[in-house]
Design a protein around this ligand. Structure first.
Ligand code: GTP
Ligand code: MG
Length: 370
């Protein structure tokens, strides 16, 4: 049910909270400033104090912001978005670095200039593949819980000298729960004590049957250290993607998800955004969670300024007025007024949720921030 705190109600009417409390007292209700009242009571109070009430449901404010269906004729193929998961120290980051290194032609604009949470490479078969670096398992789950389905394929990294470990199992569970196909990368095969066959057998116990054991899950023996098997892995990813037949409409206004965001001293809020449909352009007005801004610059994974980014392309977005959060959905809106309406509404919701949580503790988060 819709609720509001007395403080927030007073704020929105530009009245003193104490006057709201007095009014309710006359009605026989005793309240503190942090108490939550229902929407009908709030409406009564507002009208008695001479305000016009306009009740806005979340569905109205957020209407049409996400998941507007793409029409068939505008769909075109898009690269797969791949997330690497696996147990601690099994070589996820090393693998991503090695894939990127072999892929970036030396001397290419910028080269590998910085660490970025997402990047795109070209497979030996010619197709593009987008990799996401950041999500730890917690982030993956959080994103999924917030409805942000960013991953098309999970690469499960298992170290050949260590085998299936607790977080390997966790990753399998996450991929299965999300209904995302999984490809196994048996890493560190260069090590003398590597035992890839043991990995295959252990995976069986978690109902992952790899191809060489008669199953359907693609598996690749790789080494982030020597580069062995990386091209095969990329080819496998492209083939898997072709089966998935991934499509998006590049012509609509952009939607996507914040992969990571930070406040940069020089550049202000910087959000790495994965564009999922449509095309994001400089000058666009974007909302992400409770923040909005006008896109001042788009920077690709090689550190170069670009004018636009289409489906499955990760870009750094400059121009947000505040720093959004990883997992926030991003959408382009038609005007600054609309951006303000949406983000102010979300900010209020966020405050109210915080207040409701803290209410019983006496002082609220809102009080403390004053
Ligand atoms: P977390 O992010 O901490 O979960 O670890 P990670 O999975 O990203 O592993 P990381 O890439 O940091 O690698 C862990 C260690 O394994 C490092 O010391 C790497 O150098 C080493 N390593 C990774 N891949 C290979 C490989 O293919 N062969 C060998 N010999 N060592 C590797
Ligand atoms: Mg790592």
């Amino acid at each position: 049910p819709e609720t509001i705190t007395i403080q927030e109600l007073a704020n929105r009417m530009s009245e003193r909270a104490v006057d709201v409390i007095k009014f309710l007292m006359k009605q026989g209700q005793m309240h503190k400033i942090t108490d939550v009242i229902d929407a009908d009571t709030a409406q009564l109070v507002a009208e008695e104090l001479g305000h016009t009430v306009k009740r806005v449901a979340e569905s109205d404010v957020e209407e049409g912001l996400f998941d507007t269906p793409d029409t068939d004729e505008n769909l075109s193929a898009r690269p797969p978005v791949v997330t690497i998961m696996g147990h601690v120290d099994h070589g996820k980051t090393s693998l991503l670095d090695a894939i990127r290194k072999t892929n970036v032609v030396s001397g290419e604009a910028g080269g590998i200039t910085q660490h970025i949470g997402a990047y795109q490479v070209t497979s030996p078969l010619g197709g593009k593949i987008t990799f996401i670096d950041t999500p730890g398992h917690a982030a993956f789950t959080a994103m999924r819980a917030r409805g942000a389905k960013v991953t098309d394929i999970v690469v499960l990294v298992v170290a050949a000298d260590d085998g299936v470990m607790p977080q390997t199992v966790e990753a399998i569970t996450h991929a299965q729960a999300a209904g995302v196909p999984l490809i196994v990368a048996i890493n560190k095969v260069d090590k003398p004590d590597a035992n890839p066959q043991r990995v295959r057998t252990e995976l069986l116990q978690h109902s992952i049957v790899v191809e060489s054991m008669g199953g359907e899950t693609l598996e690749f023996e790789v080494s982030a250290k020597t580069g062995q098997g990386l091209d095969d892995l990329l080819e496998g990813l492209q083939l898997q993607a072709e089966i998935l037949d991934l499509k998006a409409n590049p012509e609509r206004s952009a939607e996507g998800t914040v992969i990571e965001a930070k406040l940069d001293r020089g550049r202000g809020p910087v959000a790495t955004v994965l564009v999922q449909r449509g095309t994001l352009r400089t000058g666009d007005i974007v909302v992400a969670g409770a923040e909005w801004g006008r896109v001042r610059a788009l920077i690709n994974d090689l550190g170069a300024n670009v004018k636009e980014a289409g489906p499955s392309v990760p870009v750094e977005v400059l121009g947000f007025n505040g720093t959004p959060e990883a997992g926030d959905r991003v959408a382009v809106v038609e005007s600054e007024a609309r951006a303000r309406e949406i983000t102010e509404y979300r900010a209020r919701q966020k405050r109210e949720r915080a207040t409701a949580r803290m209410g019983s503790a006496g002082r609220t988060l809102v009080d403390m921030m004053r």
